[in-house]
Write a protein that binds this ligand. Structure first.
Ligand code: NI
Length: 394
């Protein structure tokens, strides 16, 4: 079966590169993937894959029906949205849209999802079970997975696989991670309310900007002294606003940030930990405060059996020297975790780095590029993993 999957995928490879380039040059922002969704649906239906459109707003679902008697349904999830970044590459198929770019490789994910569906559709008469392809919108804003789940895409699903491109792994290789893959990411807003006054008379005012600076430095120091260093927490204040004039003491400052953590128990304690530090500092200087903590997506915890499935499939397909076992998780976030609240799953890293380049630009960079040979690696790895999910011994 592996040889046949490889043969079909190799024949499809030029078409898949065309598809990827089309998607790359027509990127759409999160929640606005109308053309991409229509294009994806068109490719699926012209390859005999049953399609449902407008699922979870702009999502698309394709289903390849197996003919065997395995009642299980495997889901394969890819994402379709791009980022508000002005592309600066010199590619022939550079983004045709001002300030929108596929800088996170979701064009490659979508193409790999389509390629896998095309391969498995040709082999459906020999598939013991069925496969549901989820083409998700709005991953970058962490909304799309919940839209898809609310639309009912997880009904009858028994397990889910996904992938994300990774520029620091060379194309042709993949990275497999056991356990924790990405972090929980929560949103933080802190409002500090002081008392305005003349810039020359600080003793008659309560300086919200100075207090905000205490809050930021104390939070960063407190992480190193009060959080378990083996259970990482990253707190980044990415936005700060307040004040009206150089000689007027600010009465209100707003800080906005993100809080990342890997361990669920740590995560549950963070809201009260931050609130306590902020309110203690504000109280010292007579200011008032408001701490708004909004839970975002949980961390991705890969299921060991499914990570093992992908590892074995990739090793059989490409050799063990092209499969890296990742020793560290990332503190990035992925809304793939929302599907994992329903079924076990695993996400692997698809290497897209150019072997002959000293520098492969990181994800979300305006010069980010992928070695397109990775598309074939991704399709064969996923299609064969799906087959082995139903037939572990072959
Ligand atoms: Ni991404």
């Amino acid at each position: 079966m592996l040889t046949r999957i490889k043969d079909i995928a190799t024949k499809l490879a030029p078409r898949l590169i065309e598809i990827r380039r089309h998607i790359h040059s027509h990127p759409e922002l999160s929640g606005q993937e109308y053309q991409t969704a229509a294009y994806v649906a068109g490719v699926l239906s012209s390859n005999d894959v049953r399609v449902q459109e407008a699922v979870g707003k702009t999502g698309v679902v394709g289903e390849v029906q197996g003919t065997g008697c395995d009642p299980r349904l495997l889901a394969i999830r890819t994402d379709m949205d791009a980022l508000p970044i002005q592309e600066r590459t010199h590619l022939d198929f550079i983004s045709r849209k001002q300030s929108i770019m596929h800088a996170c490789g979701h064009d490659v994910h979508t193409t790999v999802g389509l390629g896998t569906a095309m391969v498995l559709s040709q082999l459906s008469s020999e598939l013991p079970g069925s496969i549901r392809f989820l083409f998700q919108p709005a991953e970058e804003t962490a909304q799309g997975a919940s839209w898809m789940v609310q639309a009912g895409v997880m009904a009858n699903v028994s397990a889910i696989l996904s992938l994300h491109v990774y520029p620091s792994i060379p194309a042709g290789s993949i990275g497999v991670r056991y356990g924790s893959l990405t972090a929980a990411a929560d949103d933080l807003e802190i409002i500090i309310l002081g008392e305005s006054g003349h810039g020359a008379r600080p003793h008659e005012a309560i300086d919200a900007i100075w207090i905000a600076s205490q809050v930021i430095t104390t939070l960063q120091q407190a992480i190193s002294r009060t959080q378990n260093p083996l259970r990482p927490v990253v707190l980044t204040i990415g936005q700060i606003s307040g004040g009206r004039a150089p000689n007027v003491i600010a009465e209100r400052v707003r800080l906005v940030g993100t809080v990342r953590s890997l361990h669920p128990e740590t995560r549950t304690s963070l809201h009260s930990w931050i609130s306590q530090i902020v309110s203690n500092i504000c109280q010292c200087y007579g200011a008032r405060c408001e701490v708004n903590y909004r839970p975002g997506v949980p961390g991705v915890q890969n299921d060991s059996t499914l990570s093992q499935l992908v590892q074995t499939a990739a090793e059989e397909a490409w050799g063990s020297n092209r499969v890296q076992i990742l020793t560290e998780p990332s503190l990035g976030a992925e809304d793939f975790s929302l599907y994992l609240e329903h079924v076990p799953g695993a996400m692997f890293r698809l290497g897209v780095g150019y072997k002959d380049r000293v520098l492969n630009y990181p994800l979300h960079h305006p010069l980010f590029e992928v070695d397109e040979s990775a598309i074939l690696t991704g399709v064969v790895t996923l299609a064969y993993s799906a087959y082995k999910y139903f037939k572990p011994q072959s």
